[in-house]
Design a protein around this ligand. Sequence first.
Ligand SMILES: Cc1ncc(COP(=O)(O)O)c(C=O)c1O
Length: 482
Amino acid sequence: MKPVSGLPEHGRSHADVLKALQAFSSDDPDYKHSKLWSLVYYLDEAHDDFLGQAYRQFSSANGLNPSVFKSLKRMETEIISSVGKLHHGPDTVCGVVTSGGTESCLLAVKTYRDLARKRGVRRPEMVLPTTAHVAWGKASEYFGVKIRKLPLDQDLRADASKLLRLLNRNTIMVLGSAPAYPHGTIDPIEHMAKIAALHNIPMHVDACVGGFILPFMALNGVPLPRWDYSVPGVTSISADIHKYGYAAKGASTITYRHLDLLKQQMFVDQDWPGGVFASAALLGTRPGGAYAAAWAAMQHFGVDGYRELAACTQRAFERMRDGVRAIDGLRVLGAPCGPLLAYAATDRRLNIFAVGDQMEARGWSVNRLQNPDGLHAMITAKHLNVVDEYLHDLAESVAAVRAHPELANSGSAATYGMMSHVPLRGMVRQKVLDLFAQMYRADGGEVDLHTLPPPAPGLRGKLESWAERPMQWYVQRKQQRR
Ligand SMILES: Cc1ncc(COP(=O)(O)O)c(C=O)c1O
């Protein structure tokens, strides 16, 4: 008989399925030994088990309707109240737990767009520093809000002196990051919020990365600029518990200075045949397990636990920053405060993406940046154990690329170099989209980032291969010049 679906014809035992899952993970990066410098905030198996147990207790519970699962509403209220206090908010601070940083950022844009609609704004715009996380670009596309880009100063922070000229009657919000994902720099929130407030424009602080570590770094005595509700013009903050709060994935927060703002985020349909419906955030079903694990992590660490984690992270960050600076040919980008940083080559003959490839060959997983080209490190408390080994390998990788500059023309160095330098950005966008879509084909095929998909048949394929010629010419010319 032909199988009726992709499911096994007969169900498998729990043990069998769990073994298969275990096998899947063998292809994943080795984050448990701190080889991965992004995406994951892992401490140890005991903590993961604890989160798993908390998650399991509420894995079927649904936060969609806050009056049904009172347990989840209680956790949410306690989480939001703690975050409000941690971020020096007044008693009026309110908010919701979301599924992640992106949801929190999307919601802020929806809120401020709808608030501005009430005063007649029909062509909404928002001011974002160039380093704003891509979640804000996504929000712009989803909610039809035009982006006005605020350039950076020489330390790669938003240049507040250029903010005023970007504001107009269509501006729905101004954004600052604490810190920004690319370089770990904190934007000049006080200065920006002052200008925004003078023009009655809301100011959101994206503290998805910093929200659960900067307050504890400050308590540990690290000098930091003010960035939270202690700055009068700040009207909302996003802060992820699933990053430096060391919760299970699927937990962030968006808070507002007062309820009139949060109300704009909410959705109500009083006429739906399924019943009168109200929703506080983007999701319908809201995963109880993620709330429980987030609440559990916050209760488990408490202030002293988070301070300890922040102290380890800070030590790892400082060692990394100073270690990178000590390697001839590398420089730290901007003026990061921690917990993350990025670095680039000082010397045009040293290809930083080739250095990245060498690091990968030595077992490290590192992210690549562009504008300027660089390598990225999101540093967690656990990285303190491996930072010296990383720096040793980094020095070796730099030496290897110096000895073999032709490494820049092969492997992912060539691909990243091309993707970040080809001037036809629309074409790069189209190619990335095509490649990315391949990963979501019906048969879920794997895609090698270094090979482009074959040209489409017919006229479209001809046009595409014609359009690719300038790109290939550009890459060849670059390679000849090296
Ligand atoms: C500053 C900032 N904002 C927002 C996000 C989006 O968070 P998430 O990946 O949880 O959706 C990130 C992710 O790294 C970030 O660094």
